[in-house]
Design a protein around this ligand. Sequence first.
Ligand code: CA
Length: 463
Amino acid sequence: MLGEMKRRDFLACAGVGALGLLARRLGAAEAGPRKPNVVVIVADDLGYADVGVHGCKDIPTPHIDSLAANGVRFTNGYVSCPVCSPTRAGLMTGRYQQRFGYEFNTGPPPGSLGEHVGLPLSETTIADALKAAGYATGAVGKWHLGMRPKYHPMKRGFDEFFGFQHGGHSYLKLAPDDYSPILRGTEPVHEQEYLTDAFSREAVAFIERRKAEPFFLYLAYNAVHTPMEATAKYLDRFKAIANPKRRTYAAMLAAMDDGIGRVLAALREAGIEENTLVVFFSDNGGPPAANASRNDPLRASKGTVYEGGIRVPFIVQWKAQLAAGKTYDQPVISLDVLPTALAAAGGKPPAERPLDGVNLLPFLKGAQATPPHESLFWRMGAQAAARKGNWKLVQARGGQAELYDLAADIGEKTDLAAQKPDVLKDLADALAKWQAELKEPLWGGPQRGKDPADKGRRNKGKK
Ligand code: CA
C-alpha cells in the first residue's frame, strides 16, 4: 500500500516528460502484473544422451539439469528438422519451415550467399511478435537464417545482435574475416574470449541492460557443433576421458552449461528468475562421428529422421507458473516455442497465416489433458516421417516406409510395417496430406544434391 502511494506521488511529481519511460513502465505495472521475460537457449548438435537428466555420466551438466529440476522436461521433445538451419526457421516462425520452402540447410558459400537464401521476409518471427507485445529483443550467437543484410537478425525483429550469421564458427580464431565475422549489431569485432564464453557474457550483459523491462533473449550457442575446440579451463576438467574428441566435446559442453548457469544467475540476481520463461533444447540430434556426441538409446543421428536426428533434450522452466521437477510425455515440437512464449507474453499470434505450433501452457498446467498435437511431421528431401500417438512412420532415403511403436521400441529396432498395414496407411495418408501443403524447396530443391545434408542422395544419383 505504501509502495502504491509512493508510486502515485512520484508519478504526479514526475509527470510524463523526462521520466516518461519510467512512468510508462509504472503505468504498465498499474494495469497488471509485469509480463514474463522469455529466454530461449538453443544448443547446437547436442546428443540426446549428453545431459545429466538423460543419464549422462561422464559430462556433468548441472545447470541444464537445474532447469529440469525447477521446470518441466519433455520426454518426447522434437525439433522440426534434423539439421541446423531449417530447425531455426521453424523456431522463428512457429510453422513447419517447408511451408515456405525452408527445407534444407543453407550450405557453404557461395550457395549460402544467394539473395533468396534466408528466412523469407514474408514470414513473421517470434522476435517480431514479442517486440509488438512490448518486449526488448536480443539475439546472441549463431543465426544461420541468411547471410544477406536483409536477413540480419536486426531486420527480423531483434533490437540487438551479437554473434555470427552463418552456420558455424571457430571458437578460437575470432579475428574478423570476409565471410562470417563475429558481429556486434552489424559491425565486425575481434572477439578475445573463447566464443562460448563470449556468448554467455553477452547474454548476461543483455539481461543486465534490459532487466527493467520485459525482454526476449534468444541465446543460440554454436556449442557443441564442430570445430572441436576448447580451452584448458574446460579441458582440464575431463582428464579422465580418454577419447580426445569426446574429451573436447565434454569441455565444449561444460562451457555451455557454465554459461547457462551464468544466465540463470543473472536472472536470479536481477530478481526476475521466477517470472522468466526459460526454454532449452538442441537444434537437432548429435552427430557422433563429427563431435563424439551420443544419442542412445535413440537410433541414428543428426541428418536423419530417426529419433536420433529429431528427438532432443528439451526443457522449460517458469518458476512462477509451472510446477517444478515434472516430466511431460506427450510429443511436443520446437514449433511450439513461439505460441507458448507469445501466450505467456499476452501477445497475439501473427494473424495472416496459421501456426503449426501450439501454446503448451494449458497442457503443462494440466488444464488440457489431450495431446497438444494429433500428429507431427518431418521432411528433408527424400526423407520423411510422421508420428501419431506412439506410432511413427519413417521414410528413409530410397527405402520402403518403416513403422515403429515408440512406446515399446524407442530405439526403432523392430519395423512393424508388414504386421500393421492399417496403421502404416493411416500415417502415410496423414503424411501425404501434410506434404501436399508444402512448397517446393527454395534451394537445394529438384537439384537436392547441392545440399550438404543430402550427400547420400547426391552420391546415390551418381552413375
Ligand atoms: Ca545443429
